[in-house]
Design a protein around this ligand. Sequence first.
Ligand code: SF4
Ligand code: SF4
Length: 201
Amino acid sequence: MQTTFTLAQLQDPQFASSEKILRACVHCGFCTATCPTYQLLGDELDGPRGRIYLIKQVLEGAEPTGTTQLHLDRCLTCRSCETTCPSGVQYGRLLDIGRKVVDERVGRAPADSARRYALRKGLLSRPLFGAAMAVGQLQCPASSHPATRQASTTTNQIALLISSTVIRLRETGRQATVSGHGSSGSVGAGAGALGSVTLKA
Ligand code: SF4
Ligand code: SF4
């Protein structure tokens, strides 16, 4: 990828390093195949190649916006893209530089900064993370706690059994009516799961 950094910029090790990384990229797009955010959102700017372009533009002097910052924020920094890059582009290193420059120029709202600070602290603290997990389990009991999940499954099975019983009894009633008055009939459709039921009209 061609770059247009000035000589003054290249005196800065950060820019010199970025230029080397950018020049290794050949725009092939192989990296997008292994990028989870691109797979999920389908936007070129939410994939590695698009983010590389954004960072290049910002380093070359373009003014970043909140949208630029959002596309960089969405990157999971998983570096899965590096595993499929045939040119060995050090995307993770470039992203670190790009995020720093964009954050310096765009800034962040106090609420956003507080949320990011809380997340950073919470994920690295065992008590805080444990408390957050407990709150999450309370809010979503059916999918988190094994005992609750088992109880929920049992409840669903009972509800299913009751509804199938009601349906079969209705079918039985219809069949008995069709058979005529004073006759008896074995219920064929309802006999499978519920056992043999005989109706006397
Ligand atoms: S680090 Fe992960 S999320 Fe970010 S661009 Fe690479 S593959 Fe996508
Ligand atoms: S796979 Fe590598 S060379 Fe190809 S576009 Fe992605 S980062 Fe650039």
